[in-house]
Design a protein around this ligand. Structure first.
Ligand code: IMP
Length: 206
């Protein structure tokens, strides 16, 4: 239920996997979280920047301008060392605009087929940008180191989780519960920093 007295925070993403994770990660914040749909935004902001931080800043400032609301946007992606950092900023569109997570994972596994163990290092990167009326844009970043598996395993999470194994763990990311993933993920780390920024903005500490 939305309260008339609590400030609103727009979670500017249409990715249902991200939305689920942020609702948990930001649960302690005294704000009413609203989605793009609830804010009446029907046209997505084009991700025209060439880096993850710049895309996060672009989305946060544009959606905040469009809605007049305090806004959290993120840009994230998977950087694979053997592929010179690809898919990186293009992670969501790696196998074409309308491809599925399964198709993206299959393409990545195919492109990594000849890469030996020991050279399969990769990391997830997430940059959160926060912007609002009278609030200068601020960012928070998190990374999660790991490697690309040989096959897809697991059904939790989203995106590349079934083919990513976190350093020091044997399970694929898509075999973790959301709580386990949030405790070690790029998004979890960025969100912990973003939480402190948001607490200052909404005055939760005082
Ligand atoms: P964007 O941040 O919406 O541009 O898209 C980021 C893309 O990176 C997602 O669509 C996923 O394919 C991938 N990605 C980002 N974070 C995660 C994650 O936590 N798990 C798996 N894939 C992710």
């Amino acid at each position: 239920m939305h309260s008339p007295t609590r400030p609103k925070l727009l979670l500017a993403t249409n990715n249902q996997g991200k939305l689920r994770e942020y609702r948990t990660l930001l649960a302690s914040l005294p704000v009413d979280i609203i989605t793009l749909q609830e804010a009446g935004v029907t046209t997505p902001v084009e991700e025209t920047a060439t880096t993850i931080p710049d895309n996060a800043i672009l989305k946060a400032t544009e959606y905040s301008r469009l809605t007049g609301s305090l806004t959290l946007a993120d840009d994230s992606g998977l950087e694979v060392d053997a592929l010179n950092g690809e898919p990186g900023v293009k992670s969501a569109r790696y196998a074409g605009e309308h491809a599925s997570d399964i198709e993206r994972n299959e393409l990545l596994l195919k492109n990594m087929a000849s890469v030996p163990e020991g050279k399969r290092q990769a990391r997830f990167r997430c940059v959160i940008a926060i912007a609002g009326p009278g609030v200068p844009v601020q960012t928070a970043e998190g990374t999660c180191e790991g490697r690309i598996a040989r096959e897809s395993v697991g059904r939790t999470g989203f995106g590349y989780d079934p083919i990513f194994i976190v350093d020091g763990m044997s399970r694929h990311m898509a075999e973790m519960t959301m709580e386990e993933k949030n405790a070690i993920s790029h998004r979890g780390k960025a969100a912990a920093k973003a939480l402190r920024i948001l607490e200052r903005i909404v005055g939760a500490k005082g």
